[in-house]
Design a protein around this ligand. Sequence first.
Ligand code: F3S
Length: 62
Amino acid sequence: MKVTVDDDRCRGHGVCTALCPEVFTLNDDGYTVVENPEVPAEFEDAVRDAVAQCPERAITAV
Ligand code: F3S
């Protein structure tokens, strides 16, 4: 699974970082960055939850 966050859509709600801090981190401006787009298998469920729960629909995982 690869994950990306659309910088134009992210509004810093932080749902993703709460659900899976191993994949999503907030930068100094309060927006999410993904350090490594390759999601380890053990975090795929959490990333799917983040995709579903991001209020801005900013996260894509394929
Ligand atoms: Fe941004 Fe959505 Fe996460 S708005 S901080 S990608 S929950």
